[in-house]
Structure formats: C-alpha cells, structure tokens
Design a protein around this ligand. Sequence first.
Ligand SMILES: Nc1ncnc2c1ncn2[C@@H]1O[C@H](COP(=O)(O)OP(=O)(O)O)[C@@H](O)[C@H]1O
Ligand SMILES: [Mg+2]
Length: 387
Amino acid sequence: MPPLMERITDALSLVRNPRTGADVMAAEQVRDIATTVDGKVRFTLLLAPEDDATLVRDVRQAVEQLDGVSDVRVDVRDPAQREPTPARPAPAPNAMHHPTAPAPKAPGTGRALPVMEAASAPKAPPRVPDPVQYPNLGRIIAVSSGKGGVGKSTVAVNLAIALAKAGKRVGIMDADIYGPNLPLMLGVDAAPAVRDEKIIPLEAFGIKVISLGFLIEKEQPAIWRGPIVMKIITQFLRDVNWGQLDYFLVDMPPGTGDAQLSLVQATQVHGAVIVTTPQQVSVGDALRGVKMFERTAVPVLGVVENMSWFENPETGKPIAMFGSGGGERLAKECGLPLIGQIPLDPRIQEGGDTGRPIVDAEPDSKASKAIHLVAERVMQRLDERYP
Ligand SMILES: Nc1ncnc2c1ncn2[C@@H]1O[C@H](COP(=O)(O)OP(=O)(O)O)[C@@H](O)[C@H]1O
Ligand SMILES: [Mg+2]
C-alpha cells in the first residue's frame, strides 16, 4: 500500500470545489497536512467567503475513509487572512510526527470556522442589511424560549411534523448555532448535497431540514459572533434550495442574542412561538424574548407550556410535577394566548434521542394531540394576521 501521506493527497485531489470545479489539491486549498504514527491526520483548508461550507465535510470524509486513518482534524482558514507566523512547515511525504495531540489553539485564531469570515477579519463597520423577503419560504415562524432545556427544539420539530401531516409544505432550520440538535432529533446527519450552487436540504418525516450540525466539525467551539451568525442565517435562508414552502420554522437559540437579531434583520419573521415550562418561577427571561420580538414588530403568536404535567400511566391521572401555572402566568403577563400545554412523557425524550419524534412515533398520545392543537392554532393565528 502506498504511504499514508500519498494516499491522503490522492484522496484529496478527488475532492472538487463546487464553486470553481478545481480539485482542492491542485488549487492549493489544502495546506499543512500532518500525520501521526497512530493515524491522526490534521490539515488546513483555505475556505474563501464565496466557497461552500460543505467543502469542509467533503475533505474530511475523503480522508476519514482511508485505511489507517483514526482521526481527522480540519482547520478552516480564510485565505484572505495572513499566514500565522511562524508558519508550520508542511511535512515532507512520509514524515511521521509524534503521536501527541496537537496543542489546542486559542479561540479566535482561525480554527475551523465553517463559514466565510474569519473571526479576526478586519472589522468593517457593521452594516445592517435590509430585510429580504423570501416568498418561497411561506410563513416564517421563530420558535424561541427564555432559557435552554425547556423543550424548544422538541416543540419546533414536532410542530413542523404536525404541520406536514396537515398537508403543508414545511421546512425547518436549526439556528441554535451553539447547540444544533435537530440532526439527532430527526435522525438525519449527512453532508447536504450542493447542486447549482444551492445546498439541498435533507428530508425527514416529510419536512426539509438544514442544520449547522450538518456542516461543521463536531467539537467546534462556539465562537461565532454577530457578523458570522448573520452570514450563517442568511446562507440558510438564501442559499438552500427549499423549493416552495407553506411554513418555515426556525429553532432559535435560547435567550435574546445575535441569532434573534440576525434573523429579524435578515428577513420578515411572520410570527414567534414562545416555549416555557410550568416551573418557570420568574417569567423574566421569556418576557424579555417576547419584548424583543415585539420591538422588532414580530407578532408573538402565543405561548406553549411544555412538560405541563406528568400523566400517571396506571391511573391516567395528571400529576403536576414542577409546580404549575408558568405558561399561564407568562401568557397573562404578556397579554398572549396560551396555545398549548404538552405533558411530560418519557416517550418524547426517547423519540428525541432516537430520531423518531413523538408526533410520528406515537400519534395517538396526549402529547401528540397537544402538538397538533398547537399547529392548528399557529396556522389559524397566522391566517388571521396575514389573510
Ligand atoms: N414534554 C416532554 N416530555 C419529556 N421530555 C421532554 C419533553 N420536552 C422535552 N423533553 C426532553 O428535554 C430535553 C430538552 O429538550 P430540548 O427540546 O432539547 O430543549 P431546548 O431546545 O429548549 O434546549 C430533551 O432531552 C428532550 O427530549
Ligand atoms: Mg434545542
């Protein structure tokens, strides 16, 4: 068998940049290939702002499948960024480095950004773009929450599937850039194909889905800030071949950070759904979220209370587990309707972990019925607002 280094460069010369058509070796997009005796491979990929982020996955997979490769690490750099000094010399073919893991770099030094701008790119004055309409996406719905772990993604995914089961064309985008978990919840994880310079979304349970989780390195640090978040969101709205949709759901990160701002600056959001739990003692966080949407003229369609009660499987009697009334309190305080109460059901968690959401797996459960009701109310409220 030829030496590993040779096989790596051979494999990489089969990977083409969809934008230019050139292979990444010939175009010198790959630099500094280093290997260890135990099969760890590390190299730099120069990714220009115009390049597709899927290229990161492609080069990684090309090397990963080689015999004798135990681990692949791709450091993504913007070619416009100057070489770090002193530059690490590219090892000669056959060179074996010590099998020690490479020292972690400080955050923000150009490590593995999936998209475009390097974090340290020269600061241009922030330009706030005008919101762009995407009529092909239909009604855009942000699913939001004050804090993490309240079941925002669970509600978003099941709501999307419920809308699809009602005969609607539905897309969902994972804007939770700090913890994208739609791939796991929907049981899909693959590099999306790129055709005619558009990313083809993956499909599961009748909905189209795109997640940063499909594109990035798993152990990537969450160092994205304003402009890059904006870029990711715009890319997902504009450069994904969604086709014509009726509803487009956005799974937001918790709180009111860059992603919220970016989304409402990038496009017109037709409505927001706020997810909360009964035990939320203070409705403060969620309240801030509501206020933020209101300030940006996004109508809040309603509050969904998740994990509202636990249904005793023996008696069928509901047990309030976490105190009660959080959803109602929030709704009342904000003058919003409570559009759903979803019980705590272990099958929801199971479905989330195994990639089979409850609306599909247990369509007759109370939880599924509650989610279908939320879907109906969301559709109804949007129809009222946008006749
Ligand atoms: N109604 C529910 N019953 C049981 N488990 C739930 C319910 N809603 C969410 N979960 C579980 O709680 C965890 C957090 O939910 P998730 O949707 O990831 O929250 P968030 O997106 O708000 O961080 C997951 O493990 C999920 O499966
Ligand atoms: Mg989530």
